[in-house]
Design a protein around this ligand. Structure first.
Ligand code: Z5A
Length: 199
């Protein structure tokens, strides 16, 4: 099972994923946790290029995220799924639709096709959307990278983009109120996951 975690900055994805990994392993499920951008050796190099300060054209940014994703899916995600693992992925293709599309203004249809090419049609079985007011999320951040430093308007577009995407395919998305405590967020996600793992 392939599960991605999406949401604006500081929504609590890493905190949640680490708690879910422990709980799943305690219930004897094999788990791989991973993230975009930045998985594997090539991913780490691409992440550095993407997040360090400096100007970058929107299309250059896009193709770096796609290069990271193609490598990630082929060398890390697909092999883990083939071994029967539950893959918990911190951001994936929907971040491209939202950040490069809704927020940067690149064409959404082009981005959807580019994602399918990069992933060779692999899509998450479930997308957990941690929904949060960006002002709250940015306030939780201590170290700000190149994208965190975008305007509040940019981050509002990100939040609204995720909400719009979640309505396109409601069966695949699970929206969670990320303004709750970490324990409440975990309990909501765990309930959603259990109903899928034990139908
Ligand atoms: N990006 C893109 O543009 N296009 C793409 O295709 C992809 C990504 C894949 C990656 O940044 C950037 O790349 C990201 C999107 C863009 N841009 N931005 N801006 P990243 O990987 O460095 O970071 P991130 O994915 O944005 O995650 P994050 O903002 O660092 O945070 P998080 O993982 O969602 O949250 P956290 O680390 O678990 O928690 C943050 C803090 O809040 C921490 O102090 C926690 O203790 C605290 N926390 C967590 N949960 C709670 C609750 N429930 N209440 C209160 N405090 C909490």
């Amino acid at each position: 099972m392939f599960i991605s975690f999406e949401g604006p900055e500081g929504a609590g994805k890493s905190t949640l994923i680490s708690r879910l990994k422990s709980e799943l392993e305690a219930n004897n499920y094999p788990v791989l946790t991973t993230r975009e951008p930045g998985a594997g050796e090539l991913g780490r190099s691409i992440r550095k290029l993407l997040l360090e300060d400096g100007e970058m054209p929107a299309l250059s940014e896009l193709f770096l995220f796609l290069a990271d994703r193609a490598n990630h899916v082929e060398t890390i995600i697909r092999p883990a799924l083939a071994e029967g693992k539950i893959v918990l992925c911190d951001r994936h293709a929907d971040s491209t639709i939202v950040y490069q599309g809704y927020a940067r203004g690149l064409d959404l249809n082009f981005l959807r096709e580019a994602n399918l090419q990069a992933t060779q049609n692999l899509r998450p079985d479930l997308i957990i959307l941690l929904d949060l007011d960006p002002e709250v999320g940015l306030g939780r951040q201590t170290n700000k990278d190149r994208l965190d430093k975008e305007s509040l308007e940019f981050h509002q577009k990100v939040r609204n983009g995720f909400l719009s995407e979640s309505l396109r395919e409601p069966a695949r998305w699970q929206k969670i109120n990320a303004a709750q405590s970490p324990e409440e967020v975990f309990q909501d996600v765990w309930a959603a996951l259990k109903s899928r793992l034990i139908p």
